[in-house]
Write a protein that binds this ligand. Sequence first.
Ligand code: CTP
Length: 457
Amino acid sequence: GVNTAYCPLPISRLRDRLTAPLWKLLQKASQEAEKRGWHLYLVGGAVRDLLLAENQKQVLLEDIDLVVDGFHKSADVGAGVELAKALQKIYPGVRLEVHGQFQTAALLWHKDPDLGSLWVDIATARTEFYPYPAANPEVEASSIRQDLYRRDFTINALAMRLTKPRAGELLDFFGGLLDLQSRQIRVLHANSFIEDPTRIYRAVRFAVRLNFEIEPQTESYIRYAIASGIYEQIQGRNGRAPALETRLKSELKYILQAPYWKPALQLLAHLEALRCIHPTLELDEKLWWEVRLFDRCLQKFDPQKTLEHWQMRLEVLIAYLAPEFRSKVANNLQLPVDSIERLENLDKAENNIIESLPKLQLKSEIVQFLRQYNLQTLILIAVRNSRIIRQKIWRYLTEWSHIKAHLNGNDLKALGYKPGKQFKEILDALLTATLDGKIDSRESAEAFVAEHFPLEN
Ligand code: CTP
């Protein structure tokens, strides 16, 4: 019944967990909504995180969802936008974005001295317009209830009323509070994953991040959705709108860049959800070993994280597919061009390396040969191949690629050589001799140059 859906919470509990400026902002927003006879609710992840937070602890919220509801004039369907505009008058520095014709508005603070970086989405409760006045709680709640019903999990479908009367009241239509307490990820209805397959990835993300369990019935819905071929939708058919791929990509990014990416990947594999990337993709022992080794390599060779590590992890997964599938998957997921090209050319590069590298013994030959490939390609190939290949690539990356000739162009000039075509030839010869151990000092380098490239007077 409706009554069980309302759970009075002391509003002080909300106030204590927010920073003072944010609390003030929510109060201003509530006042503006009250003036117009609307209800205002805090919904989604913010409510979840506030309820999960331990007593007395403040929660850092950078992303807040508000829903306006309870109006009874059809002209008020733009309520969310109107409320956002009213707040912009109070906070002149804020940026306002309006999405869709009436639907939502966003207020964005960037490094504000009080509010920090904050993103506030204000939506109008998404429902058909109700022609009758919102007199009793049942009717009042009906559109916020519908709005919440469209959401992914019970723990994300809680709303906290901000407006009076009954400010602070928690609206819990689907048992979210209980699921928060028993740490369960539960969908609201059986079709949730069929309607939105990216929710499979979200279920995994929340389960691992919050240390929750995917409730067994929900898990069976996931398995059902996957068994029924939901992933085929994702693997772009011609002419289909790319919205789903874009969202799958952003969920993948979210997961693969998180500190908990390893358990998340394992859980995705356990649910057979990697099939959303490609039906043949499975996290077997070898691939699991490859991604972890790859990660250690990245940490070593790119400690400053100048490369996109999440994307590189995804590339290892895609590289595990048969060569003919790689570029299609990379394209579907709209990876950047360099990444698509790398995956497209991987097979050729790999074959070339497997064919040539074991035969090369001189360091100079190995350096000459591997120089044509960039770091990402080399690490990808190293983790996928035999020890012999891996060790040569490893030593190239850690040592040999850093070795320099003992003389540079300026030194050659000082020795009396004229800049020109011969310079490169001399420098190459110097490097080769250095790599192969024939030169070990500046003196021996000068002697080498004098012997092999005598100056004509
Ligand atoms: N949502 C959904 N289905 C999706 C994506 C989002 O139902 N595929 C809903 C969820 O109810 C979620 C809200 O939209 O709470 C906002 O989405 P998002 O910001 O991605 O989630 P948060 O819960 O805020 O997660 P986070 O704390 O990671 O930002």
